[in-house]
Design a protein around this ligand. Structure first.
Ligand SMILES: Nc1ncnc2c1ncn2[C@@H]1O[C@H](COP(=O)(O)OP(=O)(O)OP(=O)(O)O)[C@@H](O)[C@H]1O
Ligand SMILES: [Mg+2]
Length: 248
């Protein structure tokens, strides 16, 4: 663990995060820093603690120890609703669209910090991802990919400064997936910061300036994608064996 000193470039800083589940060390002394304005990647094999990290950061898991600062405020122990209102939002690994509400209602319930009317904003977002014609369709009648996209749009309704995306493209068809990543890039261009869990390394290489790698609850590497992909510990975590030195 490094000393908890906030850096003005960092929108999110986590130091020494630990979370145990009855003897399972889901997170062990994890440090993670997200630079404002970036799309930062969080990768690691299945069960390495990625979602647990999001649970802790978003306040949904209150059982962790350590320090977390968001926009220079210490948020560990805050309720999820407080963290959300402060401007940190997340999506879930499995879609959580309200099944009985229409697409429009799913967005409108999330409210907005904007002056523009909430509905107008919702329609604008739906237009942008070519889902406007689905405004009156109930959540349960959407394809899984459409549900994940709507969940993402719902998060955007509050205009968060930092968005945590937990495998947003998993189970989404290639066209919608492209729409989703284009939207992420577009919003990032407008200033939104992202922390993204994603298993597709091409996407990570393409979008992320900064990548963190978890393995069995420990942060084993951090750097740009080029550095990560050649890191021995990362290769070992993914492929389970040490390579002979000298092999690329
Ligand atoms: N609520 C919980 N109770 C008990 N164990 C848990 C709980 N949540 C997570 N774990 C355990 O913590 C470890 C990390 O799980 P986590 O879901 O964070 O992994 P992940 O990196 O998101 O994996 P995946 O890529 O499969 O989504 C796993 O061993 C998991 O079984
Ligand atoms: Mg997960």
């Amino acid at each position: 663990m490094t000393e908890p000193v906030s850096h003005p470039d960092h929108i999110l800083c986590a130091w020494g995060i630990a979370r145990d589940f009855g003897g399972v060390h889901a997170l062990r002394d994890v440090d993670l820093h997200v630079v404002r304005g970036t799309i930062t990647g969080l990768i690691g094999p299945n069960g390495s603690g990625k979602t647990t990290m999001f649970q802790v950061i978003s306040g949904m898991d209150q059982g962790a120890t350590g320090t977390i600062s968001f926009d220079d405020e210490s948020i560990l122990g805050w309720r999820p609703s407080q963290i959300y209102r402060r401007g940190l939002a997340r999506t879930f690994q499995l879609s959580r669209v309200f099944p009985e509400l229409t697409v429009l209602e799913n967005l409108v319930v999330a409210g907005s910090r904007h002056d523009r009317s909430v509905e107008e904003r919702a329609f604008g977002l739906l237009e942008r991802v070519r889902l406007r014609e689905y405004a009156k369709v109930r959540g349960k009648n959407l394809s899984y990919g459409q549900q994940k996209l709507v969940e993402f749009l719902r998060v955007l309704m509050s205009d968060p400064a930092l968005i945590l995306l937990d495998e947003p493209a998993a189970g989404v068809n290639p066209t919608l997936r492209q729409t989703l990543w284009d939207m992420v890039r577009h919003l990032n261009g407008l200033g939104t910061t992202f922390l993204v869990i994603e298993h597709n390394m091409e996407v990570i290489a393409d979008l992320c300036s900064d990548v963190y790698v978890l393995s069995e609850g420990e942060m084993i590497a951090h750097g740009d994608f080029a550095a990560i992909r050649n890191n021995e510990q990362v290769l070992e975590a993914y492929f389970g064996k040490k390579r002979k030195s000298g092999t690329a």
